[in-house]
Structures are given as C-alpha cells and as structure tokens.
Design a protein around this ligand. Structure first.
Ligand code: G3I
Ligand code: 9MR
Ligand code: ZN
Length: 539
C-alpha cells in the first residue's frame, strides 16, 4: 500500500514542533489519528484539521500536530484508512547518527589520498588524481592534488568548494558541541592536531591553497576534459586539466580563507596565518580582475561549469569577510559601496550574499549602524516570505511549485538557514519552527515519503548518481540527494516522469538521473549547517 502518512523518519528532539501530513482525497474533511509507541501502546489521539490544497505536490493534505508527545521513545502514527507511518524516534540524540554519516561523507570524497579498507569499506581506493595537472592553454603543469571530489563526478571546483567549507565552518561555530562528536571513519589515523571535524575542512583548504596562482588569482577548477564512466576514482587516469582563473573563484576563495583564518587561529596560529596571507593576496588580485559574463568552459572541457554571470555578490562576501577578520577600513568601504546598491542574499555556490551579510552584521570591528539595520531588516523580510511558504505548504517545505529546480533540496536546506538567521535576529520561535520543518522535509516528511539522506531513516534514497555508489551497487550513506527538479534535465527523468508528475514529485531514484538524484559536497554542507543550527537551538 502506498504511504499516506508522512513524518521525519530520523525523528524529533523532544522540544521540537512535530507535524504529520496526510495525503487525502479532495472529499476528506479532517483526519483522526493516533500516536502509538512502537510496542503498540496508545499515546495520543488528535485531529488533523488544517487543510492544504497542495499545488507543488498536486494533492490535498491534512496536517496534524503531535508536539505534545515529548517522551523519549520510538513511535508510529496510524489513522483509519491511511495505514501506518514509518517508525520514528523522539530523543535528544536522535540526529547524532545523521550528523555522523553526513559528515563522514567528506572524508569518503577525499581525492589524492588512499582511502584504506578499514575506513572506506567497499568505497576504499588507492590515491587518485595525483598526477600533475596541465594548466589550460600552456605546456606547464602543476600539482593540485587533494581536496574532495565535488559530487557524483570527480571534478574539483573552487566556487562550490568555498561554499561547502563556509557552511561546515558555520556548523562548527554555531554548534561546537555537535561538531566535537564527529569521528573520522579512519579511526586509526585521525591525526593529532585540531578536531577531526576541522581536520576534514583543512583537507579541502589545503587543496584550495594549491589552486591559487602566483599572482593571487584562483583557477576555476581542475578535472579531466570529460566526465568518466561509473568507475572508482583511482581508475580515472585521463589527463587532468586546470581551467583558467575566474573572478568568482578568486572572490569566494578570498572570503572563505579569511573566515577560516579567523576560526583556525585559536587551534593553529601558523595555519591561520597561511590562510590570512592567501586571502589578502587573492583580494588584492580580485580588485584588478574583470571577467564579463563569468567563467565559461573552454570548448574541449565539458565537466561542471559553475558559471555565474554576476560576480558582485562574491565580491560583497569577500569584502565583508575580510573586514570581519582583518578590520582594514578599505574592505569596509568596498562592502558598503556594494551594499549601497543592493543587499544581496543567498547561501549558494552562485548567490553568496548571505555569507556577506552574516559577516558584516557580526563584525567585531566597527560597522555602519544604519546599514547593519537595513541588512537585518532585509534578512527578516526574506525569512517572512519563507515562513509564509512554509506555513502554506502541505509538508512544511519553504519551496513553492516553481522552485523545484536542480538541487531543490539545497534550497530547502538553505531556506532553513535563512529562517534560522531570522530566529537569531529576533528570538521569535516561529522562525525556528519553520527552519526545523525544512529538516523534517528533507528527512521524510515530503510528498515522496523518502528520506533524501542515503542510509538514514526507514525509507531512504537508494540509487543516487554517485560513481563510487553506482560502481559498488550500493549507496554510500549520509548523502543528500539533489531532490525534485521539474524541468526534466536528464534522459532518465525525461523517460520516467510522466507529463503530469507534480514538481515536488519530480525525482527518480535511479542512478542515471543526475538532475534529480545526484549528490554534492555543497548539498551535504547545507544539510549539516541546518542540522547543526537546529539541534543547537533545540537543546
Ligand atoms: O536559476 C534558474 C532559475 O531562475 C530558473 O527558474 C530555473 C529553471 O530550471 O533554472 C535555474 O537555474 C538552474 C541552476 O542550476 C540553479 O542553480 C539551471 O536550470 C540548472 O541547469 C542549474 O543546474 C546546475 C547544474 O550543475 C548544471 O549546470 C546545478 O545548480 C549545479 O548544482 C550542477 O552542478 C553539477 C556540476 O556541474 C558537476 N558536478 C555535479 C554537480 C551537481 O549536479
Ligand atoms: O555524472 C555527471 C554529473 O556529475 C553532472 O552533474 C551531469 C551534468 O553535467 O553530467 C553527468 O555526466 C553525464 C554527462 O553529462 C552525459 N553523459 C552521461 C554522464 C553520466 O551519466
Ligand atoms: Zn580523486
């Protein structure tokens, strides 16, 4: 029988608002439901009476509230004619496993080193992509080994890398306690330095440092010329090519190394200094860079483009972040000039404004109070819109029917982070509740009834577009699927989805569907940041 009751399969913390969605027929009026312990003991009866005509999912929903259930334990929900929900847990620690698995993904995505069997299991491999890479358009080559594979493919790209590092650093800053629980899968070799969570971030930063040229600019990416087949990374032996420099890569790098320099300072002053020098050098180079239209793949290269015609928001983030870390007036002036034209938003690989906003309004150095006020109002205004979407969606998603684009799950997670920002600025719990709804949406309370994080919950994605998973015929755990994408941008999505498939259901759990079911480091980082912030504020 098809699922008709939808909850977060990874559970709830006792203090969280707990909502359940019923998939109904148009004639239904309200749903009487019961919450039971997994042993069948009755706990609560209630009425789901909030009706939603759900355009994103093309169905009618009723929503019930069981927030009153707070005791630790395992539960499920039933209703006459609707069957049973998946079993879920209520506990203070319910997301610990989810956090561990989604963080360990970064270790397993490591490039340039061997992943031993004891740590990687079936995903173990020898050191991959270690040969020097040729610099596009020259006959010179350079060592740029290291970092994380971007996604289901083995390319390594600076803009999304900067985003992933920034979000993991936020997760660390906002919830150091959760971050401290992370265990590196290679328990025999966890290093002896920082924290395993920061060590993992450093692995990416070390690679990013190698991608800076002598003038301070950043090469946009390194990859083979084309995507390889579904092989393990150490089997991809084609020549590596370093693509030309780009403004967005240079600005994102300047920003994230400034951020990292600040956060690493206490644990490793030497490394912090290396990052600071690289950051300032990139920023100085950035001032003289211009690239109309943004980065475009050279004709022989067809791997991830990460093109972005607007570099103002990247420059905005860099100026704010360097000011927050180094305090020089010139960075402040730059930021204020950009901000006087426009307040930018976004925690993406493409739209970086929110990182800049966070940095400016939390700067320890003096800022312009009037501008700080305008930025915070604008952040709250954005959250109000997302709150409205969340309250009018049948599954508590902040997405509307036109926002199921490639990587829609990233936008759900990032919207949760925007809502969390508003919570921090106002203290109003309505934003926090709405932020947590995004987490619940990703973990099972969605129209597919799927946990979008592999290897978690009771009914998760099984066939993500991820080469090591496809090669082994088994999904690596802890990876966030890209999620529904209504535009049908790959052959599998075109074939499998019918003309009538609703936007929020436009996902195919098959390996070939890269536009709906791939995984990336920056979708996982968004998930982890959201999780860390939600868990931290519900303690
Ligand atoms: O922003 C527009 C929006 O205004 C419009 O309504 C919507 C309609 O479809 O499109 C939106 O743009 C989409 C954009 O993502 C949003 O970020 C594009 O259609 C869509 O093609 C684009 O997809 C990107 C995809 O690469 C193709 O370029 C994804 O964001 C990006 O995450 C993905 O990245 C790939 C790398 O290239 C290679 N590695 C894997 C990775 C994940 O799939
Ligand atoms: O595997 C690639 C994935 O990482 C990209 O996001 C996607 C879009 O650029 O492309 C995938 O590679 C496919 C290529 O574009 C077309 N031939 C089949 C490749 C693997 O399915
Ligand atoms: Zn590799």
């Amino acid at each position: 029988m098809y699922k008709r009751i939808f909850i977060d399969q990874c559970g709830y913390m006792p203090d969280m608002k707990k909502l359940v969605t019923f998939k109904c027929s148009g004639q239904d009026t309200a749903v009487n439901f019961n919450v039971l312990r997994s042993d069948g003991t009755h706990v609560l009866s209630a009425l789901a009476s909030k009706r939603v005509d759900n355009h994103s999912a093309g169905e009618v929903n009723y929503i019930g509230d069981f927030s009153a259930v707070r005791e630790t334990g395992k539960y499920y929900i039933t209703a006459d004619g609707y069957g049973e929900s998946d079993i879920f847990e209520i506990s203070e620690n319910t997301y610990q496993n989810v956090f561990q698995k989604s963080s360990a993904f970064f270790y397993l995505q490591r490039c340039g080193c061997s992943i031993p069997k004891r740590a990687g299991g079936i995903y173990s491999h020898d050191a991959c992509h270690t040969a020097p890479a040729v610099i596009y358009g020259t006959n010179r080559s350079k060592d740029v080994s290291g970092g994380w594979h971007d996604a289901g493919d083995y390319g390594r790209y600076i803009a999304p890398a900067a985003m992933a590092v920034a979000q993991l650093l936020y997760a660390y800053e906002e919830n150091p306690q959760l971050a401290s629980l992370y265990v590196c899968p290679d328990t025999e070799n966890t290093g002896n330095s920082l924290s395993p969570f920061l060590d993992e971030i450093k692995y990416e930063l070390d690679w990013m440092l190698k991608m800076q040229d002598e003038d301070g600019q950043l090469y946009h990416k390194v990859s083979c010329r084309n995507f390889c087949g579904f092989i393990m990374p150490d089997a991809e032996k084609n020549e590596l090519v370093i693509s030309p420099v780009s403004v967005t890569a240079t600005a994102d790098f300047a920003a994230v190394t400034a951020m990292a320099s600040r956060i690493f300072k206490e644990k490793d002053a030497g490394y912090s200094n290396v990052l600071a020098c690289a950051s300032k050098k990139a920023y100085a180079a950035l001032r003289n860079m211009e690239l109309k239209g943004g980065f475009v793949n050279p004709s022989e290269i067809s791997t991830g483009e990460y093109g972005d015609p607007c570099d103002l928001d990247e420059r905005y983030w860099a100026a704010a972040e360097l000011y927050k870390t180094f305090g020089n007036a010139s960075y402040k002036e730059d930021f204020e000039k950009f901000a006087s034209d426009k307040i930018y938003h976004g925690y993406g690989w493409e739209d970086m404004g929110s990182y800049g906003n966070r940095a400016y309004i939390s700067s320890q150095f003096r800022v312009n109070d009037e501008l700080r006020g305008r930025i915070t109002s604008s952040m709250i205004e954005l959250a109000d819109k997302l709150l409205e979407n969340t309250l009018s969606d049948g599954y508590g998603a902040s997405l509307t029917s036109d926002s199921y684009i490639w990587g829609s799950n990233l936008y759900a997670a990032n919207n949760g982070i925007h809502l969390y920002d508003a919570y921090k600025l106002t203290g109003d719990a309505k934003y926090l509740d709405a932020a947590a709804q995004q987490l619940h949406y990703l973990l099972g309370r969605n129209p597919m009834g799927l946990c979008y994080l592999t290897g978690c919950g009771t009914d998760a994605i099984k066939h993500p577009h991820h080469r090591p998973s496809g090669f082994n015929g088994r999904a690596m755990e802890g990876m966030l699927s890209g999620g529904p994408c209504s535009a049908r941008l790959d052959e599998v999505a075109k074939q499998i989805l019918s003309e009538n498939t609703a936007p929020a259901k436009a996902i195919v759990d098959m390996t070939g569907s890269y536009s709906t079911n791939e995984v990336t480091i920056y979708w996982n980082s968004a998930f982890i940041q959201l999780l860390a912030e939600a868990v931290g504020s519900h303690k």
